[in-house]
Design a protein around this ligand. Structure first.
Ligand SMILES: Nc1ncnc2c1ncn2[C@@H]1O[C@H](COP(=O)(O)OP(=O)(O)O)[C@@H](O)[C@H]1O
Ligand SMILES: [Mg+2]
Length: 375
């Protein structure tokens, strides 16, 4: 049987001329698979949002000019300026709330980000109710590396999410501007792992992990945003998942997500691997050339995280974090090697003085025994 996911992974690393050549060969064997692959390869970053979970039947767009939202009030915040209009699903605005101090000194300003969904994405009362229920479950999340959601509301008849405003820059901009060494980059990545571990521990997967959905704030801490596709996975039946998860980001999503198959924590693990590779090489993984990773242990970790088959990856972010912690603290990485020589080398690296003391003790015992035997 032809495995479409493996084929997609192989083809996506080829040039478009080579892709066409392979597709035409495949058409003679199985034209349906070839057509499906062609469709998958043509699609570029399908935009994601919370509404994608709910509405698959997009009708005619209902645009409200973004200027109309300026100065509107929502949950006590006044909308000030447009932050982003890149998402096909909605607009993100910066909003502020002025809290006057009782002692008449300087007023305090609270900032928020307001994500306003396009009206055409919620087509019925039922879909709107589902949107509010999904968003409310995300409101319960409380983690320093995950953007807090204050609430969901409506503005000019559009559903919106009001959340913490994160002052900083997206991970891709941060990477381009920073002069971090490998250790610092892994430290930043560990913060992302902390956030995703928090989600996976609650059986939620993010579904859209990519540099554009990660902000490094002005204090240098990582904050995960855009939980639009976050979803409970253990309670999700495969068929239901197939129906709802249609969105992906080409360079960051797992092959099974791109193929529209069942997704869960392992799909996030793939995206995490892609982000770690990106942090270490500044490459967006289109060629998936892991040889660029000269550190052999990290190479082994990334090969596992980026396995085409979900079952060959770390099963969730918690497993991934455990291995990277081992790497950071100098413990052996089983994916790299399990030989006694390697284990011993790691032990010597971790505890050089203890090893030296043991060696000297052993040496003196052996020499005393030999000396005694010679007498
Ligand atoms: N909480 C926030 N604080 C600051 N900026 C944000 C926040 N949420 C979104 N943004 C900005 O808006 C952009 C798009 O937001 P996102 O939630 O990723 O929506 P989309 O569905 O369009 O991907 C982000 O890349 C970021 O620049
Ligand atoms: Mg986004």
């Amino acid at each position: 049987m032809i495995d479409i996911v493996t084929l997609y992974t192989e083809l996506s690393s080829l040039s478009s001329a080579e892709q066409q050549l392979q597709l035409s060969k495949l058409k003679n064997i199985d034209s349906a698979i070839a057509d499906e692959l062609e469709r998958m390869l043509q699609v570029d970053d399908i935009p994601l949002s919370s509404s994608e979970l709910i509405s698959q039947q997009v009708t005619s767009p209902a645009h409200t000019p973004w200027q109309s939202f300026i100065a509107q009030e929502v949950m006590g915040f006044r909308i000030k300026r447009l932050l982003s209009d890149t998402g096909g699903m909605g607009l993100v605005f910066h909003a502020e709330q002025t809290i006057s101090n009782s002692d008449q000194t300087e007023n305090e300003i609270h900032k928020a980000a307001v994500k306003i969904l396009r009206r055409d994405k919620l087509n019925s009362h039922q879909q709107t109710a589902m949107f509010f229920s999904e968003a409310s479950s995300l409101m319960a999340l409380d983690h320093p590396n995950i953007c807090s959601i204050y609430g969901v509301s409506e503005v000019l008849d559009h559903a919106c999410i009001v959340m913490d405003y994160i002052d900083g820059e997206s991970l891709d901009l941060w990477l381009a501007n920073s002069k971090c060494n490998q250790k610092q980059k892994i430290d930043v990545f560990m913060q992302l792992l902390e956030a995703v571990c928090y989600l996976h521990y609650r059986d939620i997967y993010h579904g859209d992990l990519k540099p554009q959905n990660i902000i490094i704030n002005n204090q240098g801490n990582l904050v995960l945003i855009d939980l639009g596709l976050a979803k409970k996975f253990k309670t999700t039946a495969k068929a239901d998942n197939r129906e709802t998860i249609k969105a992906f980001s080409k360079n960051w999503s797992a092959p099974e997500q791109i193929a529209g198959e069942h997704c869960e924590a392992m799909s996030d693990v793939y995206s995490l691997g892609a982000i770690l590779f990106y942090l270490l090489t500044s490459d967006q993984l289109e060629q998936r050339d892991l040889h660029k990773i000269s550190d052999k242990e990290l190479h082994a970790v990334l090969s596992k995280a980026l396995s085409v088959k979900p079952e060959n990856r770390y099963q969730d972010a918690l497993q991934f974090r455990r291995v990277l912690q081992q790497y950071q603290t100098g413990f052996p990485i089983d994916e790299y090697s399990m030989t006694p020589v390697y284990q011993l080398k790691k032990l010597i690296f971790r505890k050089p003085f203890t090893c030296l003391a043991c060696f000297l003790t052993l040496y003196s015992i052996i020499s005393s025994v030999l000396l005694f035997a010679n007498l």
